[in-house]
Design a protein around this ligand. Structure first.
Ligand code: ATP
Length: 319
């Protein structure tokens, strides 16, 4: 394979740039022409495709966001859109594609794979919601961003003897809440994988108050059906202590990627390009333990996520 493309798609995640850099430089080092496709599948449809050089990806390793920019494209997600995208790749002579994104982006990649393009999926999403890989690129940075925020909240919440509900991202997956909850010493962790029991939440907060705690931290995943404001109202009513909601929203997506995300991105994207070079069929790249793995792309998307019950239980014991 001589010509490959790389794109970032769906929500941005810190570490995507490190993945783009690795894909471009690995490809060039193997003697391939590497094309950067802007704005994910939207840019592919529009032919926003440019040849990348070694220097094109200089000084981006430490930057959040993605220099290729990203998009969600409904136009692509149609039979005509997918056919047009395959035709654009054919026009540029691109035979293989590195797709850096989440499950939606992988499904788009699978549609292209069915049209004869070799597609390597590199999991770039803060949500950590892909079942076939232990971790996705951006997750570690997002957890660290939430942890830094929780430290600040602890200071002010203690001073005012307040309960704070921090709503974190993750869509239908509770992993950011789970890991930030354990690492941040949350009194309560609320995730979509465990049914919400409002009585239990209030009992835990009251137990903390009665034991002399000056503040309570509840970390709630956005996938939990009750909003942070609703929850704050109920908790305040039932515990008699002021409760505030904090929703950091897109702050969790930005910022310099952690060392772990940079390394993960570099290892995964390099593997993706090597597999294209070896002419392998479409794969989803992941990490299992400390090993970089590759599953058949369609199979990777079928693997269900395991909920980290052990982490949830431990956080409960330690809070
Ligand atoms: P994140 O996890 O950060 O949200 P994502 O990759 O899951 O990232 P999506 O918005 O779900 O984000 O998907 C990105 C794009 O991939 C969509 O805008 C669409 O163009 C394409 N896509 C999503 N699902 C499909 C599908 N089933 N078939 C073809 N293309 C799809």
């Amino acid at each position: 394979m001589k010509k490959i493309g790389v794109l970032t798609s769906g929500g941005d995640a810190p570490g995507m740039n490190a993945a783009v850099r690795a894909a471009v430089r690995k490809g060039i080092s193997l003697g391939m022409d590497v094309y950067g496709i802007e704005r994910g599948y939207a840019g592919l449809l529009d032919g926003d495709i440019k040849k990348m050089e070694w220097k094109s990806v200089g000084d981006i390793l430490q930057r959040g966001g993605t220099i290729l920019r990203t998009a969600r494209s409904e136009r692509f997600n149609t039979q005509e859109g997918e056919a047009h995208a395959a035709m654009m790749l054919d026009t540029f002579g691109i035979e293989g594609l590195v797709v850096i994104g989440g499950d939606g982006s992988f499904r788009g990649g699978l549609a292209l794979a069915e049209k004869g393009i070799q597609v390597m999926g590199v999991p770039g999403t803060i949500d950590n919601d892909l079942g076939y890989t232990d971790y996705t690129i951006g997750f570690d940075t997002a957890v660290n961003t939430v942890l830094s925020l929780v430290s600040n909240i602890r200071d002010t919440a203690s001073a005012h003897e307040r309960t704070t509900i921090v709503e974190v991202m993750g869509r239908h997956c509770g992993d950011i809440a789970l890991h930030a909850g354990l690492g941040g010493g949350a009194d309560v962790i609320l995730v979509p994988e465990v049914p919400l029991d409002i009585n239990l939440v209030c009992r835990k907060v009251l137990r903390g108050q009665q034991s002399g705690k000056l503040h309570s931290i509840i970390i709630k995943a956005e996938g939990v059906e009750m909003s942070a404001n609703e929850l704050a109202k109920i908790v305040e009513e039932r515990t008699g202590r002021e409760a505030r909601a904090v929703v950091p929203a897109h702050i969790q997506r930005g910022g310099t990627p952690s060392g772990r995300d940079r390394c993960l991105a570099s290892l995964m994207a390099t593997k993706a390009v090597q597999l294209l070079y070896n002419d392998e069929s479409s794969k989803g790249i992941g990490i299992c333990g400390s090993e970089i793995v590759a599953y058949d792309l369609a199979e990777a998307l079928q693997i269900k996520r395991d909920f980290g019950q052990d982490i949830y239980d431990l956080a409960e014991v330690l809070s």
